[in-house]
Design a protein around this ligand. Sequence first.
Ligand code: ZN
Length: 265
Amino acid sequence: MRRREQGDADRVLTLCTPLGKIDVLAKGARKLRSRKAGHIELFTHSSFVLSRVPNYWDIISQAETVEPHATLRDDLLRGAYARYAVELLDRFFTSGEGEQALFDLLNHTLTWLCEDDDLDLAIRFYEQHLLGLAGFRPELRACVGEHADRDRRVLLRPHEPTEEENRPYGFDPERGGALCRDCYTRRNSRHKIASLSPNGLWFLQECQRGPYTRLRAQQTLLSLHEEVERVMQHYITHHLEQRSSASAFLKRLKRMNKAQNQRSL
Ligand SMILES: [Zn+2]
């Protein structure tokens, strides 16, 4: 996920493993002809043999590539999505935290980011499930606002036909989830609450429900990306208490690509 230089020839690598997030030492990794170099590249899925050293980093004694995910290092845009995925994991989990499910989620997401066309879908799905594993799963099925009858859950069903089709729902990062239409209309002037269209809310619910292969088959999601990205960035920034730098870079890159595409039309 990340690396930093250590001494003249070594590197400390941050790995996401089935046992959690850990730092390990790669001795001699900065030497030009290090045998390990290819196996410890960023985004690479590798198999490691580690030597335990008391009161020190574990040291990599053997490394072998399982899946290089090379596209993520060769393709600027795909790489930017992958950097964002890794940064999010790094910020929501401290050293020693994590489990098999987190490892699987990152590993699958890196594969989707190599192969799929709709990178935004892959990343929105990833966000929902990463937040869930970190204990920050947004509540999207029931209103998080205040209702007179506190014991009754006000369920949110944005895809049921209604006469108020165009009235938006809300999203309140402080309360940790979505607001029903009435709570959103009554929101007073709390500026942190974002509006969320019925389709946008439905999209986020679908991401939580999964599985990813089912979502991938739904073409209607394409038009919702911008809105849903804005809402999720709002939520994530609220919890991290600062913006993700990889997400700012990704945003700039997407804007540049969009401008370029428009010029070439
Ligand atoms: Zn409500």
